[in-house]
Design a protein around this ligand. Structure first.
Ligand code: SF4
Ligand code: SF4
Length: 389
């Protein structure tokens, strides 16, 4: 990650304890304006097409003041809140993945002219994103994608450039959605690291404030520009209590104890047939998952055969072509594809990258059109293991 940004604020302040600062909604607007002045494309939640989306914004007035998203298995509804909270929702379909590892990008273009073939120069200027309102689960997901793209034998230069240039303003979660289970995955509701600035939003009758802390020297520098005062002890305590309430209010959980071994052992369990009867193989779960990273490569040429392009596009283990090898697909049935997805996420991922590939964001539950719930499928497999031995 960006070397300067990943120098922690504590290091930058010679070991001084992190300071908690008080920001008003107006000061948050100044923070956003300062990011725009620095040349960042600011990506933040905003209401668009009847949903809260994660899109470029140009001012604090574009944030979804007073809105939330009610999330349940197979459903996602935009709703009015009874207050003017700016981050009163949890996650939308998009995450940092959409910008750091975009759904499609041209790898190169080539041209044939007078019998000569040449690769055309690519535009080298890359977007610099400032992500505002990043949830702790999505920070954990970005750390997993870092492991995949930057810390293995092969590295993704495009991802590295976008990631290193990024500025992250996280928001700790005080109101989890019904689909959240980050507490059981150890990824929330408080962001531990990976941010430049972290905010806790306090919305109560008569007051609407943010407690801000810097996570890097770059974050501390930006906060210093806002001339914010120290947050009073009472407000910091209220923020801590809100986070504790959030952790204990989560209804869903995923029990990871011995899960890797269980999934390998239950490879032939009849429960996979049960989930296969429901799964449409639509691939939504992999598209919205902030850690799924699979891509395919497509080559195209124009009708004259003079110009060709190579594109990288997101792919999914739920498509038949994904497992195509010399003459046929290996995973022909929905059963084999769902089993591949879940077993990779929660077992093989641990062998490959050292952690599970799930951070408990709950997106795959909400955006599954038939409401298949990863926490329930794991619980069902555990129950099957208990009763069928
Ligand atoms: S598997 Fe589902 S809950 Fe886990 S990180 Fe992916 S989308 Fe979120
Ligand atoms: S689990 Fe749900 S979202 Fe995923 S492929 Fe099956 S039907 Fe689609």
């Amino acid at each position: 990650m960006r070397k300067r940004a990943r120098e922690t604020a504590d290091q930058g302040q010679a070991g001084a304890a992190r300071r908690s600062l008080l920001l008003s909604p107006a000061a948050l607007g100044e923070l956003l304006a300062a990011l725009l002045r620095r040349g960042y494309t600011v990506i933040a939640p905003t209401v668009r097409d009847g949903a809260i989306c994660y899109e470029p914004v140009n001012g604090v007035e574009e944030l979804p003041a007073g809105y939330t998203m009610e999330l349940e298995a197979g459903s996602c509804r935009l709703k009015r809140r009874g207050d003017e909270a700016l981050f009163g929702y949890v996650v939308g379909a998009k995450s940092l993945k959409n910008y750091l590892h975009p759904p499609e990008r041209r790898v190169f273009a080539a041209e044939r002219d007078n019998g000569l073939f040449r690769i055309l120069p690519e535009q080298t200027e890359r977007p610099r994103f400032a992500f505002l309102g990043v949830r702790p689960c999505d920070l954990a997901a970005a750390a997993i994608q870092d492991r995949v793209f930057l810390k293995d034998r092969y590295q993704d230069g495009e991802y590295r450039a976008r990631r290193e240039a990024a500025f992250v303003v996280a928001v700790h979660c005080t109101e989890p959605a019904a689909t959240c289970f980050c507490a059981s995955m150890g990824t929330g509701p408080r962001a531990k690291d990976g941010f430049d600035i972290a905010l806790t939003e306090i919305v109560e009758p008569g007051r609407h404030l943010f407690v801000a802390e810097a996570g890097t020297a770059a974050g501390a520098e930006l906060l210093a520009e806002l001339n914010a005062s120290e947050a009073p002890e009472e407000l910091c305590r209220a923020a801590e209590e809100a986070l504790e309430r959030a952790a204990s209010s989560m209804k869903r959980r995923l029990d990871g104890d011995g899960l890797r071994e269980l999934l390998y052992e239950r490879f032939e369990d009849p429960h996979w047939d049960d989930v296969a009867r429901r799964c449409l193989c639509c691939a939504n779960c992999t598209m919205v998952c902030p850690t799924c990273f699979c891509v395919t490569v497509e080559d195209t040429s124009d009708v004259t055969g003079r110009r060709a392009e190579r594109w990288q596009r997101w792919d999914s283990c739920f498509t038949q072509n994904f497992s195509y090898i010399h003459g046929g697909s290996v995973r022909l049935s929905p059963k084999s594809r769902y089993r591949q997805w879940l077993t990779h996420k929660l077992a093989a991922w641990v062998d490959q990258f050292g952690t599970p590939g799930c951070v408990g964001c709950g997106r795959c539950i909400s955006w599954c059109p038939v409401g298949i719930d990863i926490t329930q499928e794991v619980a069902a497999l555990r129950e099957a293991a208990r009763t069928r031995a």
